[in-house]
Design a binder for this molecule. Sequence first.
Ligand code: FES
Ligand code: FES
Length: 210
Amino acid sequence: MSRKHNQPSNEPAISRRSFIKGAGAAAAAASLVGVHRADAQEAAGNQGIAERLGPNAQTIELKINGETHRLAIEPRVTLLRALREHLGMTGTKLVCDRGACGACTVHLDGRPITSCMMLAVDARGHEVTTIEGLGNPAKMHPVQGAFVEHDALQCGFCTPGMVMSVAAALAANPSASRDEVRHATAGNICRCGTYTHVFEAALDVAKARA
Ligand code: FES
Ligand code: FES
């Protein structure tokens, strides 16, 4: 007798054989402590089994601002804390530590991310750019220069994250409109209320690029 759609079947969705094969792959993957995530997933037969790391510190390499850094780090450490506490890059700010304020924004392969919401181990194999890598007082990025020009900061705590979001937005869309800049910085909270000056700075850079 043919089975109707949506009717529960008595057959198990996973056969005993495929379950045992999957469990074997999981055990193999779990034993690969310290092996790159992609390698472990491959060993697990790409069955969605995550790499098992830690809990002890392990040595990883991160590419930050064009340089490779080796650091011993526990897998629970966020990218933000790795930058600030392990590498001394304190330009990236820790404020809410829960993805709500944007102060910790960095670029991952050119795209803005909140570094408090990413584990450092997950940044392996990616290019991370921080505010230190964007420019420096001697050679400022145009967005940094425009922020100075437009006095787009007060306490400055949100500023590195704001600059990173604006820089990423203008890199993706050099002639961004005010609304597009507003949208790009929607996740960056400024308690001092410098938004108007931030938008003017961003639009100045967009105008210069156009
Ligand atoms: S510190 Fe990361 S979003 Fe606030
Ligand atoms: S300048 Fe103070 S929080 Fe933005």
